[in-house]
Design a protein around this ligand. Structure first.
Ligand code: ZN
Length: 447
């Protein structure tokens, strides 16, 4: 008896929470929060949010998180009608360190081991130190793995295989069950700098002749309106922008996208500019300095400077960096020699920097039609750039494989059943792929 129950990632982007049960063993694949989870009942931007102090109480009220015995910590269920109990699950396997795959880990029963890649753990630890985010319950047991390592959990054998995605340390899984292999892609792409890793996963999955394939479909929609850039083409196009400019260049990217950091770092080296990055990124780079990723130490690399915002007080993690940082005056005085990485929420720094025009390489997704807030933010960005006389260049490579690539992967792996997740359009898989099962949230599917 082997089954899959999808508690998240169903007709939505992210929030994957996939329960795999085989005989007496029960594991979850990912434990995240979808980007739209709170949309029906909360507006966090207007401060209407679930009450942290009551753990999962507000989540249960609206069925936003599965109500299962033995899954959550005493603290998470203290203000709910679930009773405290022994852990009822054998493990939670995390594909990568993005919010939509890890956000609800903090509520888990500390007696349930969490398995994740070594790099993913370092990324989450750095993020927890530099933000108010919390990822693990008190006393949680984290077991770290590497690609290809076989992990026995009860009746199951789980093998993580690295894949390429827009954050380092991303994995898919092959799970050996009593009914055959279940393959899970996590999030993946082939057009990034390590497309070879994704190919390796697909190859291994194919060889395993899986009974079931659980596959992401972020970019499976009717019409692809966005440009299909690879990391390499982002680099080439950004290089052109920078070579033609004799003014300040702003670079905006997702904070955990270190491939994009490397792209900008490479361009800085080649163009003789310096890359100015945030303290948060500096902290992340330092946390990963012993990692095989081979990223630079921001304080030793002569092409990197770290930017310090003017604050009344500084956090403990910021203090050791402060002596080695540059400020807005430095950016103003050296505009032509810099690529300045700036997060959206730190645009106010431009008031101090006072750039004399320049370029902004927006290396992130364009606003989503389904998400009005992203349009609002985008309009605000436009206004800021116009105010400072800066030109915008949209140059971004997605973290996800395109629709045609996803369907090719499905064909190649050729599993007996295909379960689309992490997609708004699971129904579209059925047209292109045989044996697609469109799931409902919380419904158990036998394999
Ligand atoms: Zn995701």
């Amino acid at each position: 008896m082997t089954s899959l129950t999808f508690f998240g990632g169903v007709k939505e982007i992210g929030g994957n929470k996939i329960l795999l049960e085989d005989r007496k063993t029960r594991i979850f694949l990912d434990f995240g929060q979808s980007f739209s989870l709170l949309d029906d009942y909360f507006v966090p931007e207007s401060y209407l949010s679930p009450r942290d102090r009551f753990g999962l109480r507000d989540y249960f009220e609206f069925g936003l998180i599965p109500k299962l015995n033995g899954l959550y910590s005493d603290e998470a269920i203290e203000h709910t009608d679930l009773k405290a109990s022994e852990p009822g699950f054998d493990g939670v396997f995390i594909s990568h360190a993005h919010f939509d795959h890890v956000a609800h880990l903090e509520y888990l029963h500390p007696g349930i081991p969490i398995y994740m890649g070594e790099t993913a753990k370092k990324i989450l630890d750095s993020n927890a130190e530099t933000t108010s985010n919390r990822y693990f319950a008190e006393g949680a047991e984290i077991r770290q793995f590497r690609s290809g390592q076989e992990i026995s959990v009860g009746d199951l054998k789980v093998t993580p295989i690295h894949v390429d995605h827009s954050v380092p340390g991303a994995y898919g899984f092959l799970v050996e069950t009593s009914e055959g292999v279940v393959a899970y892609t996590g999030d993946l792409r082939q057009h990034g700098p390590r497309g070879d890793m994704t190919r390796e996963f697909v190859q291994r999955a194919k060889e395993a002749e899986p009974e079931a394939l659980i596959i992401e479909g972020t970019r499976v929609f009717d019409v692809e309106k966005r440009k299909n850039y690879s990391e390499e083409s982002v680099k080439e196009e950004s290089k052109k922008v920078i070579h033609e400019s004799d003014r300040l260049v702003l670079a905006m990217r997702y904070p955990k996208d270190l491939d994009r950091f490397r792209t900008f770092h490479d361009i800085a080296k080649e163009s003789g500019r310096k890359l100015v990055t945030s303290m948060k990124t500096a902290h992340l780079l330092q946390s990963l300095k012993d990692d095989p990723l081979g990223l630079s130490d921001p304080f030793k690399d002569k092409h990197i400077e770290v930017y310090c915002r003017k604050m009344k007080t500084y956090k403990k993690w910021e203090k050791p960096m402060m002596d080695d940082c540059v400020d807005s005056g430095y950016i103003h005085d050296n505009q032509k020699e810099l690529i300045f990485e700036l997060d959206f929420w730190q645009l106010t720094e431009l008031v101090d920097v006072r750039p004399s025009g320049g370029e902004c390489i927006h290396s992130m997704s364009e606003p989503f039609e389904e998400d009005p807030m992203s349009q609002v933010s985008d309009d605000v960005l436009e206004n800021w750039l116009e105010h400072f006389g800066m030109r915008r260049h949209q140059l971004h490579a997605s973290g996800h494989a395109s629709k045609s690539e996803i369907f090719e992967i499905v064909k190649e792996i050729d599993a007996k059943k295909v379960f689309p997740v992490h997609t708004m359009n699971p129904g579209m898989f059925g047209v292109a792929c045989r044996n697609t099962e469109v799931t409902e949230k919380g419904r158990k599917c036998e394999i």
